[in-house]
Structure formats: C-alpha cells, structure tokens
Design a protein around this ligand. Sequence first.
Ligand code: AHN
Ligand code: ZN
Length: 327
Amino acid sequence: MKQIPYILSLIIMLLACNNSAKSVETVQETNVPEFNSDNAYGFVAAQCSYGPRVMNSVAHDSCAQYIVDTFRSFGLDVIVQEGNGKLYDGTSVKMQNIIASYNSDIVPRIIICSHWDSRPWADHDADEANHHTPIDGANDGASGVGVMMEIARLIQSDTLNIGIDFICFDAEDCGTPEWAEENANSSDTWCLGSQFWANKIGEDSLFSISSYKYGILLDMVGGNECVFQKEQYSLYYAPNVVDKVWATANRLGYGNYFKNEEGGGVTDDHVQVNRAGIRCIDIIASDSKTKMHFPDTWHTMNDNIGNINRQTLKAVGQTLLDVIYNE
Ligand code: AHN
Ligand code: ZN
C-alpha cells in the first residue's frame, strides 16, 4: 500500500518530463504567428490602387511614400536610397530603394527583398495592341512587398534575436522590351535598383556585408496556379538556404507550392545581392502546368489584383515566418 504513492509520483514525474520535452517543441511552433493572407492581399491591392508604378511616374512616387509610411507604422526604421539609372534606350530614371529595418541595432541580420516597381510595357500580352501599355504588376512587384509588409506587421510585437532588413528594390522590371531592337537580350538593363544598391554597399548601407547571414528574394509570390522550383543561381550561391526554406515549406504542408525540383536560372535582384557578397536565394513562381515558364499573367495586362491568390501569399508568408522564428 505504501508503495503506491511512490509509484504514482514516479509515473507523474515521468509524465511531467515527457511533457516538458514535448512542450518545448510546441512552444516553439506556436510562437510563430499566423500569417494573415487577407492583410497581405490588402497591402497588394493598396499598391495597385496607385496604378502602374513605372519609373518617373506620379503613381510610382506616391506608392513609394505609401510603402515608407506603412513600414514606419509598424515601428521599423526606414531609409530611402535614391539614385539615377539609365534604361535600355538611354532614358534617365530616378530610383528609390526603400530599406525598412527591424531591430536596426542588431547583428546578425537577414535580408528579405522584392522589387516594388512595375513593368512599363505589357510586352508579353497576347494582344499586340497592349505591348506598350504599363501593367499593374499585382503579382510581379506588389505581391512580394505585400508579403513583407504582413511579416513586418506581425514581428513588431515580438523580440526576435536577429535583425531583418526588408529591401524594396526599384527599377527591376524596366529591362529591354521584347519589341525593342536596341540592347535586346542585355541582362544588365534589368535590376537597376539592386545593381545600384550592390555598387553602394559598404558606402551607403548601415551594416557591413558580414552582418548578414543570408537573403531571400520574393518575386511573383501571389499568383494562381503557380509553383516554386529551386532556382539555379540560388542553388549555386546558397544551397543550404534553399534547403532550409523548401524543407520548412514542406514541413508546414506547402509542398504543393514548394516543389523539390530544380528550375531554370533567372536574372533577378538576388544575383546582385550575391554579387555584393551576401548569399541570397530567389523564391520565384513558375506556371504549375508547363513549369517551363513564368506564370501566364507575366508581363501582361492580366497581372492585376483580380489574379492574386490568397493561398499563394499564405504559403510563402507562413514559410518565411517559420524560417525567421527558428533562426
Ligand atoms: C528577365 O526576364 C531577364 N528576368 C526576369 C526577372 C523578372 C522580371 N522577374 C519579374 N519580372
Ligand atoms: Zn517582371
């Protein structure tokens, strides 16, 4: 009889140990906030409401102010890096890279980035009459910024022990139009904002290159019927970051988006971040049917808010939050 309380307490102790071991895991898991895709969608819609954010336009500059104000409203320190660039035809453009820093006094840091400008020409549209018309760039531009804004909103109330720089690169999408003859196929007509940023790193930036563990670029992360394949420059420069992000997405149940397959190589802003000496991957959409090409709204008039998909925003946003909280 006397033995029973002893055995009981032993069992309780064992259970308690077992429980506490478990709760460490659960606590970590539940600490990751829920990415709200309605909010992210709203941030995408808000950018699109200015109209196409093409270089040297009023819509562009008004939207820049909206992006600055939004990140500031979440308590981040925001700087605007201004610069001049030249288009394929020699036109001068006034660029604004917007850098919003969370925990701006902390090292190590990571970069999450996206371009925020939209393409001045729907040169891939099925209707040739649209080939000179600017696009909304709801997916190609606004989606990445929308995801970053929702992450910034969520982390403001938490004390993470890393710093994060959200970088909105300008002038990514004004590369030589398909109908132009001059500078056709010249890859350096793309990504003018990130080229400028990479050239200035160490001069203009608050942090040295060694402050950063890695970067993640978001490009077209809000469309319908898309998948994310492992992009070639990402695999070359930062294979373990690719592995970490894809493994996280698959663990969270987003394996229908994040495919364990290799895609092609894309000239995108992450190439410039890598050139600056910070390893950076690109989460970039391919069409889920062909997988050989970008989504079918790409550089068409159909890249508008009507073709933004909340589940896609959620898959990317929740994966990134999990990566950040487990860093
Ligand atoms: C080129 O077509 C050279 N680069 C594609 C990068 C891009 C454009 N991402 C979105 N729009
Ligand atoms: Zn584009």
